[in-house]
Write a protein that binds this ligand. Structure first.
Ligand code: NIG
Ligand code: FE
Length: 416
């Protein structure tokens, strides 16, 4: 007796080897779409899947859902967000539209530091209230696993508060929250002109406090106006001493050698990558580090140089797609919209975009128990009111989610 059985679904399993994944016992997907199948869940894990007609004799479940030929995919993974923050960057957005650059605003204490001021003032309850609707929006778009970064506190109390708010959100809502400590996001005002002293403070005070369970990984911002490769390298050495996996905002605005740095540590992911060099591509491929593409930031910053997707593809680097949800460069609360932009702006195929928000997004978080539909994997699922999986990213901001399943528990989407 299974806990849950979903029948008559079009299954995009997203297993490696074919664009939309393979369904055991079924012929490969044809151009017209995916075969109809069934999926059974026990104890929060996928117990069986295959063609409807191949259901084991006597296969029954406590709860049965007729998918009515809707699309069933792994629950989506948003592997890069800054969704916890307070304040507004509306005035800066106006200035940027009128021609000011992101670096100009940062140099005069705007940008990240303006969000730091608002975030420090908000407190735990204020941050929780401000952030929850942003996470709600992601869940309504099929997300079942989300990464959340700190990095808008930059002092001991506020960084810890941000990570605690992230953990609290993971208790309040049906979603897996993975936390990342991003202390090296900007140099805070109390350390102005003393970036190395700020790094000492991170290494001596913050890392011991976050490494004991509050943070699942460490991230930094490697860029001339933020932290140099040498500084990031020092931080990565300290993270290694605490056993914290690393990832990096790398090659977003310039080729600073960040991808090679994170690859040398066998890091989880290198993120952004618009200015990634051929040597950086080779380093990621050799290390098995995921390239995380963030087309929302590219769009919002009105960038013109896309990441080298053809080279990444040719080198076999797994490409994840994420929202980068943040108040300054990517105020984007939809992973399916990020998938659309990854296709239209960066040239991913629709199947690559879906793999980027499932299998490869999960790998970018070190979560190998999810991101594909296969026996033994966690039963995180999304059921969509579309027939063909390319429709998920072939549309923009058209709600399509019918139901999410999180570790086998069914959560119907709100009525639209
Ligand atoms: O991913 N690049 C650095 N961090 C964020 C932007 C943060 C901000 O501007 O508030 C990003 O683009
Ligand atoms: Fe980011």
């Amino acid at each position: 007796m299974w806990d849950l059985l979903i029948r008559r679904a079009r299954l995009a399993t997203m297993t490696p080897g074919s664009p939309w994944g393979e369904l055991p016992g079924a012929p490969p997907a044809g151009p017209d779409g995916l075969p109809l199948g069934a999926l059974a869940v026990t104890d929060g894990q996928i117990a069986w899947l295959g063609p409807d007609g191949a259901l084991p004799a006597g296969g029954a479940a406590r709860l049965e859902l007729d998918a009515e030929e809707r699309l069933l995919t792994p629950g989506l993974v948003d592997c890069h967000t800054h969704l916890i923050h307070a304040g507004s960057r509306a005035a800066e957005w106006g200035e940027r539209l009128a021609g000011a650059s992101y670096e100009e605003l940062a140099a005069r204490g705007g940008g990240i530091l303006s969000t730091v001021r608002a975030t420090r003032a908000a407190g735990f309850d204020g941050l929780l209230a401000a952030s929850r609707p942003r996470l709600d929006a992601l869940l309504a778009d099929g997300v079942t696993t989300v990464e959340v970064k700190s990095g808008y506190g930059l002092d001991l109390d506020t960084e810890l508060t941000m990570l605690r708010v992230a953990r609290r959100l993971g208790q309040l809502l049906p979603v897996t929250v993975r936390t990342t400590y991003l202390g090296a996001h900007a140099v805070p005002p109390e350390f102005a002109g003393r970036a190395d002293a700020y790094l000492d403070f991170i290494i001596d005070r913050l890392l011991p406090a976050v490494a004991g369970g509050l943070a699942d990984a460490l991230d930094a911002y490697c860029e001339p106006h933020a932290f140099s490769a040498a500084q990031v390298n020092r931080l990565f050495s300290a993270a290694a001493r605490h056993g914290l996996p690393v990832k990096l905002h790398a090659e977003q605005r310039s080729d600073s050698g960040g991808a090679a740095l994170v690859a040398a540590r066998r890091g989880l992911s290198a993120d952004h990558l618009e200015h990634l060099s051929p040597a950086g591509v080779r380093a990621l491929a050799a290390a098995g580090t995921v390239a995380v593409l963030l087309p929302g930031a590219y769009l919002h910053l009105r960038e013109t140089r896309p990441p080298p997707v053809a080279a990444l593809r040719a080198a076999g680097v797994p490409m994840a797609v994420a929202t980068d949800l943040n108040p300054g460069t990517s105020p984007l609360g939809s992973i399916t919209a990020a998938m659309n932009l990854a296709c239209t702006l960066f040239g991913l195929t629709p199947a690559e975009a879906l793999a980027g928000a499932t299998r490869h997004g999960a790998r970018a978080l070190g979560l190998l128990d999810r991101g594909v539909l296969a026996p033994g994997r966690r039963a995180d699922l999304a059921l969509w009111d579309v027939e063909h999986p390319a429709d998920l990213c072939g549309r923009l901001a058209l709600p399509a989610l019918a139901t999410r399943v999180v570790a086998g528990a069914v959560h119907h989407a709100p009525i639209r």
